[in-house]
Ligand binder design. Structure first.
Ligand code: COA
Length: 315
């Protein structure tokens, strides 16, 4: 599988730590030192569907490949604007395609899962080119009265077009059940069913447990794909990790004993954008011409489930 193009889209509105500290009992110093985040983009006038379509269109333009060649559209979104049709179906319509479409949900690990599905479709001969779009609006499911979680997130969409060719990709995916990160949904009213107790419909997180799970699982996943590919940690040009917390990135980097430049990040101005974070970072780096043909990349993400996954691929 080979990456043929990238695209991304973020909302116009920028919410800084200082602005947050006027809304609640927090500070730029607390957020920056605990997470590395300085500001994030937040949906105000746009919808997440707008961002997803924009990222998809930019990706297709950047790849210079006609939409008629797209064989499959895979989207990852935790809470879409529409229950049905799927976000992938909406993008399909906006691009003027008629290919199969599917939405997935593997929480913040979604991009790695979607790439694994895309790689499998390509290997099985069912598709030659697959468009993968990850779009997330976590700012719509965090409790804005809870400083522990709401300061961490931002909204964004990222897209990649992948196709046949290139070297073998290596994946490691797993799920280790835990309730350290959950978000419940209120049942839609029905004469036959109602929630038995009051539901708190916002993200609930045991931050320290999530931090430990993230570092442990990401490190194990990275070791696994690097070993399987028969390369060394220093053969990898960039480790593109889920942008959840710069201290998580640092902890993993220290375990691997690698230089800072191997672990690029944009969390400082984007916040945690869930499954969109890796394709967003990848596109921003691609736009800055950071990748060269043949670069070895390792992608690694983790999230609710507790899902985690890594992928080693060549640019
Ligand atoms: N501003 C100011 N103070 C805050 C705060 C905020 N936004 N949020 C929490 N605090 C306070 C707490 O109330 C607590 O106060 P206390 O000591 O008086 O009780 C103190 O800061 C420490 O809280 P704690 O939760 O122990 O901080 P921490 O060092 O564990 O950092 C996280 C919290 C969330 C930044 C950290 O645990 C983390 O990043 N975890 C991983 C989260 C993640 O990546 N989630 C997404 C995965 S996809």
């Amino acid at each position: 599988m080979k990456i043929l193009g990238t695209g991304s889209s973020v909302p116009q509105y920028e919410l800084t730590n200082d602005m947050l500290s006027e809304m609640m009992d927090t500070s730029d110093e607390w957020i920056r030192t605990r997470t590395g985040i300085r500001s994030r983009r937040i949906l105000t006038t746009e919808t997440i569907t707008d961002l997803a379509v924009d990222a998809a269109k930019k990706c297709i333009t950047q790849s210079n490949i006609p939409t008629s060649e797209i064989d499959y559209i895979l989207c990852h979104i935790i809470i879409p604007d529409m229950t049905t049709p799927s976000l992938a179906s909406i993008i399909n319509k906006e691009l003027g395609c008629t290919c199969p479409t599917l939405d997935l949900n593997a929480a913040c690990t979604g991009f790695i899962y979607a790439l694994d599905v895309a790689d499998s479709l390509i290997k099985a001969g069912k598709a030659k080119k697959v468009l993968v779009v990850c779009a997330e609006k976590p700012t719509h499911f965090v409790d804005w009265n809870k400083r522990e979680t709401c300061v961490l997130f931002g909204d964004a969409a990222g897209a990649v077009l992948v196709g046949q060719g290139g070297d073998e990709c290596y994946f490691k995916l797993s799920t280790h059940p835990t309730d350290a990160l959950t978000c419940k949904r209120i049942a839609t009213p029905s004469p036959f069913y109602h929630d038995k107790e009051e539901v708190y419909p916002y993200l609930e997180m045991r931050g320290r447990d999530v931090f430990r799970l993230a570092v442990h699982n990401s490190f194990e996943d990275i070791k696994s794909v690097v070993n399987e590919a028969g390369v060394t940690f220093s053969d990898v040009k960039y480790y593109l990790l889920h942008q959840a917390n710069v201290r998580i990135l640092e902890a993993i980097r220290n375990e691997l004993n690698l230089q800072e430049e191997c672990f690029p990040h944009n969390i400082e101005c984007r916040g945690n954008t869930s499954s969109a974070s890796i394709p967003l970072l990848m596109d921003e780096m691609n736009q800055s011409n950071k990748f060269s043909e043949g670069d070895t990349l390792v992608l690694s993400a983790f999230g609710a489930g507790f899902t985690s996954g890594a992928c080693l691929l060549k640019w």
